[in-house]
Write a protein that binds this ligand. Structure first.
Ligand SMILES: [Fe+2]
Ligand SMILES: [Fe+2]
Length: 198
């Protein structure tokens, strides 16, 4: 698949920071896919387009979710940061002609994770947390872990997101809560992998 038209279109739609993040997630997803024996093309497409609906502001996202009748499990509007993850698969399908269900599913769960994610969805979920534009204290340890053990990296990313949400006094989305349980987030690996949590 020639991704150049998609890259150019995305460049015209996203702000520069989000565009370079999307390129970084694409690159990271391909590297992780190669490392873990997963097809690279869906990883590249999913990584590139995972945030494609972020070209819309929140009210536009809401309007489009309603207009396109996208499943939208947020009656109180308390998970606004997840709206783009629910909308991006439909945006990718309509605007970028992406049809593969596994790619669309990986995009859908890139923010929250979910129990029983496919290896492709795990790759996109982790790549979103560790792409080269990310810069937080534990990111290098998490990059090493992602190369060694993909599921352990999913678990660490989920824990990191939970801590971040709780620090901000917000609620974790139920998909993420269920994913935390499914990926065994009660089993600490910080000693083994040297990942520090405050
Ligand atoms: Fe996102
Ligand atoms: Fe992202």
């Amino acid at each position: 698949m020639n991704l150049e038209p998609h890259i150019l279109k995305l460049k015209g739609q996203l702000d520069p920071r989000r565009f370079y993040h999307s390129l970084g997630v694409m690159q990271t997803a391909v590297c992780l896919a190669l490392r873990h024996g997963i097809p690279t093309e869906p990883a590249a497409v999913g990584g590139l387009l995972h945030d494609c609906a972020r070209c819309l502001n929140k009210s536009q996202q809401y309007e489009r979710l309603m207009e396109w009748d996208v499943p939208f499990p947020d009656p109180d509007g308390q998970y606004r940061t997840v709206w783009h993850a629910w909308l991006s698969p439909e945006y990718a399908r309509r605007e970028y002609r992406i049809q593969e269900p596994e790619v669309l599913e990986a995009i859908r769960y890139h923010t929250t994770g979910a129990p029983g994610m496919s290896p492709l969805a795990e790759v996109i979920f982790v790549a979103d947390c560790i792409d080269p534009t990310r810069n937080y204290p534990d990111v290098e340890a998490l990059r090493r872990l992602a190369r060694q053990d993909l599921r352990a990296a999913v678990r660490e990313c989920l824990i990191m997101k939970r801590d971040h949400v709780e620090d901000r006094g917000q609620r974790l989305h139920p998909d993420a809560t269920q994913a935390l349980s499914a990926y065994g987030a009660n089993c600490s690996i910080e000693v083994t992998f040297g990942i520090h949590r405050s």
